[in-house]
Design a protein around this ligand. Structure first.
Ligand code: ASP
Length: 427
C-alpha cells in the first residue's frame, strides 16, 4: 500500500480537487491511503474565526461567512449543487460560535483544536465525495479513530502503542472493498475523546504515522514545487532540485528550518525504511525527490532561512561569570516554556541564545521567570541562515546587505544570525 499526502495547495479550489482525481486515475489498481489537509489557507482562516469569536472582535466576524461560502462554492463547482456533505459542513462551520461558548471554561488550546480541525474534516468530506462520485471508489474515515495522542492540545504527542494497535485495525478492513481510503491530516484524538492537533503543518507527520503503522511501501507528499530544492526559489534565482537525499540530510534540513516537510515526518519513515517521495501535483509524471536510506552523499550548497528570530544576551545581575549552574537553570526554563534554542554562545559574563518567536507569549513568560536573576538584552527581527555544504562564494553572497551578529562554522554547516539592513533581493 502507498500513502499519499495532499496539502492545502493541492486542494485549494475545485480545479485543484479535479487535478487530485486526475493524479489518482493512474493509481486506480493500487491501494492508496490518502491524508488530506484543509483547503488552501483554511487553517489560517479558522484561526481568525476562532479569535474573532473567542475575543469577541466584531470586525473580524465576517471571516466565518467567507469561510462557509468558500467551502460551499467549491462544493457547488464540483457537484453542481449542494449535497449532504455540503449541508453538514455548512452546519458545523456555522456552529463554531456556539462550540466556543460551550467550551469557554476549558483552555484556549483545547478550543483551538476543536475549531481548527474542522478544516481537515471539511476538506476530506468534499474530496472523498468527489472521488467516489467520479469512478474512484474511496472510503472516508475519521482520523480520531486511528491516531491516538496525549491530552496536550495544539501540540499533542502520539501515543504510539495505542496508535499502532488501533490504526491498522480501522484502516485495513476498508481496503477489502475499495482501493482508496481517505482521512484527515494534522489531527488525532486525546484520551478524553476530543480532537487534538499535532502542530501547524502537521499533516506530513500524520502521513508518516499512517505509513509507519501500516508498513506502507512508500509515502508521497504532493506539492506545488518539483521536489526538494537546495534553496527557497522566492529568495534565490538559481535553485536546483535535489534528486535524492538521505533521511539524515532531510532531518538536518527540516531541523534548520527548511519548510518542505514537517520536521517530525522523517523519523517514523526512517525507522521502517519507507522511502519518501516529494512530487509535484502540477507535473505528477516528473520524478521529484526521493528521500531514503542512502549512503553516498554529494550535495550542492543547501540554504535554509528561518525568519522571526530573536537574539537574547543574558547576563547575571551581579556581573559574576555565567557558570554551569546558571546555564542549567536557564535551560530548565527554556524547556519549561517549550522554547527551542537554535544557536548559542557562552562568554565570561554573558550567554547569548538565538530562538524563534512564533509563540511570543512563551518568550514573555520565560523572560518574566528569569528577570530576578538575570539581565536580558534582546535584538529582534533577525534571520537565522544555515548553509550546509557551504563554499566561500555562497557565504559572501548571503552576507550582502546584512549584519552578521553571530556565526558558527562546523565541518559541513555554517550558521549565522543576521539583521537585514537592505531589503533582501533575490540573489
Ligand atoms: N492544515 C494544517 C496547517 O495548515 C496542517 C497541514 O496542512 O499540514 O497547518
Amino acid at each position: 500500500m502507498k500513502v499519499f499526502k495532499f496539502g492545502g495547495a493541492s486542494v485549494k479550489d475545485a480545479e485543484a480537487v479535479r487535478n487530485v482525481a486526475r493524479i489518482l486515475k493512474d493509481y486506480k489498481e493500487q491501494k492508496v491511503l490518502m491524508i488530506v489537509s484543509a483547503m488552501g489557507k483554511t487553517t489560517n482562516a479558522l484561526e481568525r474565526v476562532l479569535n474573532a469569536y473567542y475575543y469577541n472582535n466584531n470586525e473580524e466576524k465576517e471571516a466565518l461567512k467567507e469561510l462557509v461560502d468558500f467551502h460551499v462554492n467549491i462544493c457547488i463547482a464540483l457537484f453542481g449543487k449542494s449535497n449532504e456533505s455540503t449541508e453538514e459542513i455548512k452546519k458545523d462551520l456555522e456552529d463554531i460560535p456556539r462550540l466556543i461558548e460551550e467550551h469557554r471554561s476549558k483552555s484556549y488550546d483545547f478550543i483551538y483544536d476543536q475549531v481548527v480541525s474542522l478544516g481537515e474534516w471539511a476538506s476530506t468530506k468534499i474530496v472523498a465525495d468527489f472521488l467516489d462520485a467520479n469512478d474512484l471508489p474511496t472510503h472516508w474515515i475519521d482520523a480520531m479513530e486511528c491516531v491516538k495522542t496525549d491530552n496536550v492540545y495544539r501540540e499533542s504527542t502520539v501515543n504510539w502503542q495505542k496508535t499502532e494497535k488501533d490504526l491498522p485495525q480501522k484502516i485495513l478492513p476498508l481496503f477489502e472493498t475499495k482501493n482508496f481510503v481517505m482521512t484527515q491530516g494534522f489531527t488525532g484524538a486525546s484520551d478524553e475523546g476530543f480532537v487534538t492537533t499535532l502542530g501547524r503543518e502537521g499533516s506530513d507527520y500524520s502521513a508518516a504515522i499512517f505509513s509507519y503503522c501500516l508498513n506502507a511501501e512508500s509515502m508521497t507528499v504532493w506539492k506545488d514545487v518539483p521536489g526538494i530544492l537546495n534553496a527557497d526559489p522566492r529568495k534565490f534565482k538559481n535553485v536546483s532540485k535535489l534528486e535524492k537525499i538521505s533521511y539524515k540530510e532531510a532531518t538536518e534540513m527540516t531541523y534548520y528550518g527548511a519548510n518542505v516537510i514537517h520536521p517530525k515526518t522523517i523519523k517514523p519513515l526512517q525507522n521502517k525504511n519507507i522511502p519518501l517521495h516529494v512530487k509535484s501535483f502540477v507535473k505528477p509524471e516528473d520524478a521529484g525527490t526521493i528521500i531514503s536510506n542512502l549512503f553516498e552523499e554529494n550535495y550542492p550548497p543547501i540554504v535554509m532561512i528561518e525568519p522571526n528570530q530573536v537574539l537574547l544576551k543574558i547576563s547575571t545581575k551581579d556581573f559574576s561569570f555565567v557558570a554551569e549552574h546558571h546555564l542549567s537553570d536557564l535551560f530548565a526554563c527554556f524547556a519549561q516554556h517549550r522554547i527551542k534554542v537554535n544557536m548559542m554562545r557562552n562568554t565570561a559574563i554573558s550567554f547569548t541564545v538565538c530562538i524563534t518567536t512564533h509563540r511570543p507569549e512563551r518568550l514573555l513568560a520565560m523572560l518574566d521567570d528569569i528577570k530576578n536573576a538575570f539581565d536580558v538584552e534582546s535584538t529582534e527581527d533577525l534571520e537565522l541562515i544555515t548553509i550546509r555544504y557551504f563554499n566561500e562564494e555562497v557565504l559572501n553572497k548571503l552576507k550582502l546587505g546584512k549584519i552578521v551578529l553571530l556565526e558558527e562554522r562546523l565541518k559541513n554547516t555554517v550558521q549565522m544570525v543576521v539583521k537585514n539592513i537592505a531589503i533582501p533581493e533575490r540573489i
